[in-house]
Design a protein around this ligand. Sequence first.
Ligand SMILES: [Zn+2]
Length: 397
Amino acid sequence: MKNIKIPNFTFKEWDKTFQKIPGWDTEAVRAAKVMVVGSGALGNEVLKNLALLNVGNILVIDFDTIEYSNLSRSILFRESDCGNQSLKVDVASKRIKEINKNVKVKTINGDVTADVGLGIFRRVDVVVGCLDNRLARLFLNRACHKVDKIWVDGAIENLAGQVNVYKPDTSCYECQLSEVERANIRYRLGCPDIAQRNATQGRIPTTPISSSIVAALQTQEALKVVMGNERQSMAGEKFYFEGMNNIFLQYNTPDLKEDCLSHYRYDSILEAPNLTAQMTVKETLDFLSQHFKTDHPIIELDYELVLEITGKQSEKTSAVVVPFPHLSDQLMQKYEGVTGENMVITKDLARIDKTFPHLDMTLQSIGIPPLHIMSVLIDSQRHFVELTGDEPYFSFT
Ligand SMILES: [Zn+2]
């Protein structure tokens, strides 16, 4: 029998063909750090593409487990991954490495709106949004603007899909929302009823065709950012595709609005290597007092920290310490006086100072994720302080 020599596909070997493409920057692709938010239908396709394209470092974020209903649109998931609470991020990571062992992966099993520090956004080259709801998109848009990152949004529905590239100062998701969409988001954010606020949209019907077309374009746009070809990018334009009637449209997105809340940029970020999300609130406030030479530092939270919830029917009041994004149905059931009753938030806060009643809790346990950039008020002046001590958390393996 003839011996078959199995080639060792190193980074250099893997993308030999791509290197023949004019302008292909193999080293930039190898060094790239790409954040993929969501590993559903679109996320699967984007991750598969990034692995095939030899992208060096991929960060995958999702909070979900794999269900049978995912299989028809998810190239990375198998039947054996269903029914055993397998995390989408774990399985996606494993399959990415099966496709291309050169690729390094980091996973965050969590909600992008609560569990991903802004310092992580700051450290990636580009963000790819594979989401299915407006609230998460709005969050991503604001986070990316704060640290001046381009994000590539994909959306699919039925046989249609669209791709948007949002680049701070050029194009913005929030500026494109209609008045009705804005009003819906405002209503949900301002409503004390937890069930209504947490309401998610139903599952959107789609096919692997829509997701592969949209994800392919998203990946291409992300690679342009990685290789520094931003001039050729789709930023400021929207691509729309409808498969039933073969409609392919590309049009300019509307001008930026002056009063848009998304355009807020965190200039001059203070890197604090002494701070981590595992420190207590007290230790953090002490550090801030010392650093800024003040007795009254205030940490501004990006969310509400819920301190009391009340059953609408039973009027039973319970003391809690839970960041709003983590108020899940299961958690609320623990506090219901009447099974299935609606719970409302009756006490919360969004600013932490030395009067905070839980000073011994860690930053992470009150909802501040590792490597976050905190907004800190010192004598009415706002400062941006990064938990830089968490840097080892941001590593790819
Ligand atoms: Zn805007």
